[in-house]
Design a protein around this ligand. Structure first.
Ligand SMILES: Cc1cc2nc3c(=O)[nH]c(=O)nc-3n(C[C@H](O)[C@H](O)[C@H](O)COP(=O)(O)OP(=O)(O)OC[C@H]3O[C@@H](n4cnc5c(N)ncnc54)[C@H](O)[C@@H]3O)c2cc1C
Length: 382
């Protein structure tokens, strides 16, 4: 057992921390308020090697290990969850999925473009009537000679309006539930891929692009199926196994940003003739926040280390995501309280952190779903 980051991991941490604090954090409030994703950061993320961290250099990746990938997610999450969310979808859900399941031709064609940031990826799983219950998916894929015709709708698709490449899940036989689902690599310029922005205003991740997408006789060549017929559910869940690790790390980043902000604040804000950091109740809040962050970070590192060693990580990543997102929800709520009325205003960063963390508790499987995954693994299937 070794709790030290390797010199290579420390170098990644320093590089991403500098980038996140100098180029991402300073514009986070502005992009949150404008609702516009900072597109110029996509190429920067590519140039820094963060868009395909764990992918082989043969496909344009950086050949990093999974602990390094979690350090990238944590530091970006500490700066701006919209940017970290972009990366989670583009890198974990799309690139890693093509890397794990793609044919050589698919990998050669799509991975380098995604690694450089020349093309953007999105992951189209959730539907208006099929959220946690993925197997009840209504989108269909109909065999039509050398291609499939896809019809249906997806919603809440991160990067959906800015993506060039989409992983689209649809069923060839809805009566088979999980067994009918297939995954397709779709180029969004193809006729029949129709994204529009989600209605309403999001609670958090306000600069992320979230789309409602309609597939209208979207024709996809058979060679663009990812995995075999009926393997789409497995493909999708394996992507979430990578994605949940990044979300857990991002939650640690949010909680760390809450702690950073609180430490600054409690050292300077005075009431009753004292720094508020001298009051024991505030100290207890700060100490609890720090303990929770440390515990969550260790769960994230443990899951990353297991993934790196090729050990199955479904329970470990669900455990890390559940614990990290729940603890970060509490950290953000406490951080707003510690800031008093100031915490309720966008003048202070904790207001955005408090809004952003709720998304992490919901997407890539809500906290309820993570508990189901963990309990099923412990109890065993019947
Ligand atoms: C910011 C954001 C970004 C997103 N990005 C993407 C994306 O890029 N691609 C994509 O495909 N999707 C995306 N999603 C969708 C997200 O994955 C779903 O919202 C999520 O899986 C929950 O599905 P749902 O909203 O349909 O809720 P539902 O499944 O309807 O759940 C409603 C409530 O019921 C609970 N529940 C459901 N089933 C059970 C059960 N068996 N036991 C106990 N409780 C249960 C849930 O936990 C939740 O509390 C995104 C969502 C958000 C908010």
């Amino acid at each position: 057992m070794n709790f030290e980051l390797t010199p290579q991991q420390q170098a990644v941490q320093e590089k991403v921390r500098t980038f996140a604090q100098e180029e991402v954090a300073p514009i986070a409030r502005e992009t949150d308020e404008s609702g516009k994703f900072p597109m110029h950061l996509v190429k920067r993320l590519g140039d820094l090697g963060f868009l395909a961290a764990t992918i082989s250099a043969d496909y344009g990746g950086s050949d990093m290990d999974y602990p390094s990938f979690t350090l990238i997610s944590e530091e970006l999450g500490r700066a701006d969850s919209s940017v970290r969310g972009f990366l989670a979808v583009h890198a974990s859900l799309v690139s890693l999925c093509i890397n794990d399941w793609g044919t050589e031709a698919q990998k050669q064609k799509y991975l380098p473009q995604l690694a450089s940031g020349d093309k953007i990826g999105c992951y189209c799983l959730t539907e208006p009537n099929a959220g946690s219950d993925v197997a009840s998916m209504e989108s269909t894929a109909t065999d039509d000679g050398d291609s499939y015709l896809i019809n249906g709708t997806k919603h809440w698709i991160t990067n959906g309006g800015i993506a060039d490449i989409a992983l689209v899940f649809a069923s060839v036989d809805r009566s088979k539930r999980h067994g009918g689902i297939c995954c397709f690599i779709v180029e969004t310029a193809w006729d029949g891929f129709n994204p529009v922005p989600m209605g309403g205003q999001e609670l958090g991740h306000r600069s992320s692009d979230h789309a409602f997408i309609t597939f209208d006789n979207l024709r996809v060549p058979k060679e663009n199926m990812l995995g075999d017929v009926g393997e789409g559910f497995k493909v999708g869940m394996s992507a979430l196994d990578h994605g949940r690790l990044g979300v857990a790390a991002g939650a640690v980043g949010i909680a760390q940003a809450c702690l950073d902000a609180c430490l600054d604040f409690v050292r300077t804000r005075e009431q009753f003739g004292k720094r508020i950091g001298d009051f024991q109740m505030i100290q207890a809040n700060i100490a609890d926040m720090s303990c929770d962050i440390e515990a969550a970070r260790l769960l994230v590192y443990k899951a990353a280390d297991m993934k790196q060693k090729g050990i199955p990580t479904t329970r470990a990543t669900s455990t890390a995501k559940l614990f990290a997102t729940e603890m970060a929800c509490k950290a953000a709520a406490d951080a707003v309280l510690i800031h008093g009325g100031r915490g309720y205003s966008s003048e202070y960063p904790v207001e955005r952190l408090y809004r952003d963390i709720k998304g992490l508790q919901i997407y890539e499987g809500s906290s309820h779903v993570q508990r189901i995954v963990i309990a099923r693994d412990l109890i065993g299937k019947r």
